[in-house]
Write a protein that binds this ligand. Structure first.
Ligand SMILES: [Fe+2]
Ligand SMILES: [Fe+2]
Length: 375
């Protein structure tokens, strides 16, 4: 490779670099970041993009109300839900425990329970911050995308994301104790997306990468929890998110057809960097530290465990990102740079997992059932 450095790091897996990024402070009250790109007015109001038009119609009839459609009177047993959820990463915990000299060997039930509760609070907090990122990114898409059909659709997503922020904030405030600040790897990615002046990069970073991860993580939690309020909340949010990822894939498929080799390569690099940020975000440093495990030690241990499949959140993340990159033609474009990178980090095996179009059909069916039930 030339002098291009992934994430500006000598080695993308450098523990020092990962920890340096993880130490960035994004403030306690507000965080200001530069917005790149021009607001584009279009005088072409013709509705030429049928796929986007259909999604827009679907979005208009799929709105739900976070204050009245969810039963907020339900009492939540946090410890019980946290332990249910932690079962999702039982295999990862076992692997970390079995490492030679693992500091987890001395842990008793109390510490494992604390880890489960902290991890639950942390995940819900990151969803909250990520949803705010989506709210801001989608508002940016309304401004920067040149197509009227996309502006219409994106405006419905702004409303969806506001609702998601609202319901996650309410769950955290009224059902859980303990919030976490935004994970730096997540916020660094969101800041990059917002700073980029090319409108399609917002889609790539948000609709494909961050929402791909969100959809995967929500699906996982939905499968593991029996808590009725959270289960319903996640189901509602997921049916919106599937539409959002579909919006990204549909728009980028069209736009990428008109890009040259150099421009495509820039998108491949952006996709890979975003994927690494998402990987680093899943290391959950703040949670381990809260439970007495040093950030450096846990990062080393996570690399020692190696195979991403051992962390189901990571497996779920790449099983969304890799097939979507393939669908967008990014995996093999040019000299197959992105395929090589995904091979190096051991996630190419997910290339044939179902892409988001399949998932959209499935989750939209859920939305239709909900409508039929309430009719
Ligand atoms: Fe969302
Ligand atoms: Fe979304």
């Amino acid at each position: 490779m030339s002098e291009y450095k992934v994430l500006g790091r000598e080695d993308p897996n450098s523990i020092e670099s990962i920890l340096a990024d993880d130490a960035i402070d994004f403030g306690t009250a507000v965080h200001a970041t530069h917005v790149g790109g021009d607001a584009i007015f279009t005088w072409d109001y013709e509705r030429t993009r049928e796929g986007l038009g259909k999604l827009y119609e679907r979005a208009k009839t799929s709105q739900w109300n976070g204050s009245t459609d969810l039963d907020w009177s339900i009492d939540v047993d946090v410890e019980k839900v946290a332990i249910e959820m932690q079962a999702a990463i039982a295999q990862l915990q076992d692997r970390l425990l079995s490492l030679p000299n693992s500091p987890l060997k001395s842990w008793g039930e109390e510490q494992w329970t604390k880890l489960a509760i902290e991890a639950f609070n942390w995940r819900m907090s990151q969803f909250l911050h990520g949803e705010q990122g989506a709210l801001i990114c989608t508002a940016k898409i309304v401004e920067t995308v040149p197509w009227i059909d996309a502006k219409y659709y994106a405006s419905t997503q702004v409303m969806d994301e506001a609702r998601h922020v609202e319901v996650f904030a309410r769950y955290l405030d009224t059902k859980l104790e303990g919030h976490y600040p935004v994970n730096p790897a997540l916020q660094l990615l969101i800041d990059d997306i917002i700073a980029d002046s090319r409108w399609d990069m917002t889609y790539m970073g948000m609709q494909i990468m961050i929402e791909g991860l969100a959809l995967a993580a929500f699906g996982f939690m939905h499968a593991f929890t029996q808590e009725p309020l959270l289960k319903q909340l996640l189901r509602y949010v997921m049916s919106d998110e599937a539409r959002h990822v579909a919006f990204g894939v549909l728009s980028l498929q069209e736009y990428y057809q008109g890009l040259d080799g150099k421009e495509i390569r820039e998108r491949q690099e952006f996709a890979f960097e975003a994927a690494l940020r998402m990987r680093d975000r899943l290391m959950m440093h703040a949670v381990w530290e809260q439970c007495g495990i040093d950030r450096k030690a846990i990062t080393r241990m996570l690399f020692e465990v190696k195979k991403p499949g051992v962390n189901p959140f990571q497996a779920a993340l790449f099983s969304k990102i890799v097939p979507n990159c393939k669908k967008l033609g990014l995996l093999d474009a040019g000299d197959g740079w992105l395929r090589d990178r995904f091979t190096e980090i051991g996630v190419i095996e997910y290339e044939d997992a179902p892409d988001t179009e399949v998932e959209y059909a499935l989750l939209d069916a859920v939305a239709q059932d909900r409508e039929a039930a309430s009719a």
